[in-house]
Design a protein around this ligand. Structure first.
Ligand SMILES: [Zn+2]
Length: 323
């Protein structure tokens, strides 16, 4: 991947001038990085060339080659130097296009192009992947299971994610939610931005009434008591189940609501659920959008990760492991 040129305009201009000068020599063979610099300078939005310029390994390099030729056809007003450089880019891409891309190449490309949308869904506790549907797997979409009953499917083209494999330009995001068992569409929503289409579709899902079991109410009462005591009082006693014994070194303290905060080395600080001392996960059934991984009850959105503040530090807690 090349650096983001947006943040380095001066560097980009100097590099572009250097590449164009180098291309005056017709024997000059473009490097990968030089070809990206040229593509970034001349790519039009919504074409595979634009993706090439941002450093994405566009699978169907033949499309890049065609787009460069089109650019050249339309570029009669460009200075000779620039035309020479674009010819060099076309040559480079033609050489590269000789390897025929596989289906896995296309899927890899989509993962790169839709990295932001994938990160958005991950941040909500889903495990999104590129799914193929339709006749012969001709349609692609971002799929993720929302809960044990529903699956989400999102596209920004005519039933396809728009990559180099199609001639389409990216359109609004269409998010459909389906019952896993029957395949029936439960809700759908369309919006230029995936985040909004996602929220609208999820909000339209019918929700079962949330139950608050007794043990959860008891934990909340304890948490409130801990909170009122404040961090300067006597040590807080924390009762933990036996399976916590080998994770004690991960505990950093309690947050303001008395939820155990651990330092999960991979994710960072995480507030565990009050009910089960478990992680939260995204759930379309939950009024908050998040449910407890262990008991599936609705839990606060903070359990999905993000900003966690420790109210009572580890030093002010006495831990009792329940046997
Ligand atoms: Zn729970």
């Amino acid at each position: 991947m090349t650096d983001s040129f947006d943040t380095q305009p001066a560097f980009f201009d100097v590099e572009l001038a250097r590449v164009i000068t180098a291309c005056r020599n017709h024997d000059h063979h473009l490097t990968d990085s030089e070809s990206r610099t040229l593509a970034a300078a001349y790519a039009q939005q919504g074409t595979p060339l634009a993706n090439w310029g941002t450093g994405i390994d566009v699978a169907h390099t033949a499309r890049l080659f065609t787009d460069t030729r089109r650019l050249l056809d339309a570029a009669s007003i460009l200075a000779d130097d620039t035309r020479t450089a674009l010819c060099a880019l076309a040559e480079y891409l033609r050489d590269r296009a000789r390897g025929v891309p596989t289906r896995a190449d296309y899927e890899h490309e989509l993962i790169q192009i839709y990295a932001r949308e994938i990160a958005f869904l991950r941040a909500r506790g889903h495990m999104p992947y590129i799914a193929r549907t339709g006749l012969g797997g001709s349609c692609t979409g971002l799929a993720a299971s929302l809960n044990d009953k529903h699956e989400l499917y999102a596209t920004n083209g005519d039933a396809c994610l728009v990559g180099s494999e199609t001639e389409e330009r990216p359109g609004p995001w269409s998010v459909g939610i389906y019952e896993i068992d029957t395949g029936h569409a439960t809700t759908d929503a369309v919006h230029p931005c995936l985040a909004t289409a996602y929220s609208d579709a999820v909000a339209a899902l019918p929700r079962p009434r949330a139950r608050t079991p007794l043990h959860l109410l008891r934990r909340i009462a304890t948490a409130l008591r801990l909170y009122r005591k404040g961090p300067h009082q006597v040590k807080t006693t924390l009762h933990l189940p036996a399976h916590f014994a080998d994770r004690l070194d991960q505990i950093v303290g309690l947050d303001a609501q008395g939820c155990v905060v651990i330092d999960d080395r991979s994710v960072g600080l995480v507030a565990l659920t009050a009910c089960c001392h478990a992680y939260g996960k995204g759930s379309a059934h939950s009024t908050s959008g998040v449910s407890c991984r262990a008991c599936h009850n609705d839990v606060d959105i903070k359990h999905a990760g993000g900003d966690v503040e420790v109210a009572i530090g580890r030093d002010n807690i006495d831990i009792v492991i329940e046997s």
